[in-house]
Structures are given as C-alpha cells and as structure tokens.
Ligand binder design. Structure first.
Ligand SMILES: [Zn+2]
Length: 139
C-alpha cells in the first residue's frame, strides 16, 4: 500500500479578498464554512463551501463564516498514481454541516480510505509564510 507522502510539496493557496478570513482562520487551525443569513433575513440559512459573501443557493448577500466541526464522512475517494511525482488520495467528503467538498486524504495508507469512513480535518503546511491547507485524515 502507498503511504501518504512526507515530502510532497503542497502549493500555497491562492487567496483573494473574499477568502482572506478563511485563510486567516486556517493559520489558527480553525476550519470554516460559509453560512447564509437566516430565513427571517431573506436567506436560506444553509452552510456552504468554499465560503463566500453571496450564498450560492439563494444568492442572498451577507453570508458569514462559522467554525465547522471538522468532522466529515468520505463521499468518494480515488488514489492517483500517475501524472504526479508521488501517489495521492483525492475525493469528496461530506461535512457534518452538509457541504460536500473536494479534498486530499492523508494520515493513513492511501488505499485504506473507504466511502462512508469518518474523517476529520487536518491542516497541512504549504510554503513559508503561506497558510496551511485543509485535508482529511481518519477520525
Ligand atoms: Zn442562502
């Protein structure tokens, strides 16, 4: 079985003004999701990812960041052996808050991840002075 790489270079995230708060929280080890304003304020109240100021479901403005639990279950997973210097596991997880997000998996043999397995967020360092990126490891 392929083990997660300990030498793989993870590129720094390319932030923008709308995602700055998300990456600032990531530097503190906090994983955030977006939350639409509540229905009494004209929104749908649903969580979304990546966080943005306008809700992707109902287009209401004023969505906010909230700290997620970091808990998720694997929705899809695939191990990629070709086209990269080292194998890696990639797929989607369904967050406890609802959104399904694309991610990399780490913290266990790459072929050991299974659909439905519980996982938790971990932050992987990138480049010096750049924020870490979220990935998911066995819970
Ligand atoms: Zn909404």
């Amino acid at each position: 079985m392929a083990e997660p790489s300990t030498t793989r270079k993870v590129p720094a995230p390319q932030g923008n003004p709308e995602t700055g708060s998300f990456w600032d929280a990531a530097r503190q080890g906090r994983f955030m999701v977006g939350r639409c304003v509540s229905t009494d304020k004209g929104g749908c109240g649903k969580a979304h990812y990546y966080p943005r100021s306008i809700c992707p479901f109902c287009f209401a403005p004023g969505a906010t960041l909230e700290q997620a639990s970091g808990k998720a279950v694997i929705y899809t997973v695939s191990v990629t052996y070709r086209g990269a210097p080292e194998p890696y596991a990639i797929g989607y997880v369904e967050l406890e808050e609802g959104p399904r997000i694309m991610t990399n998996f780490t913290g266990a043999a790459l072929e050991s991840f299974r659909i439905g397995d519980p996982v938790k967020v971990v932050f992987i360092p990138t480049e010096p002075d750049a924020p870490p990126v979220p990935m998911f490891a066995p819970a």
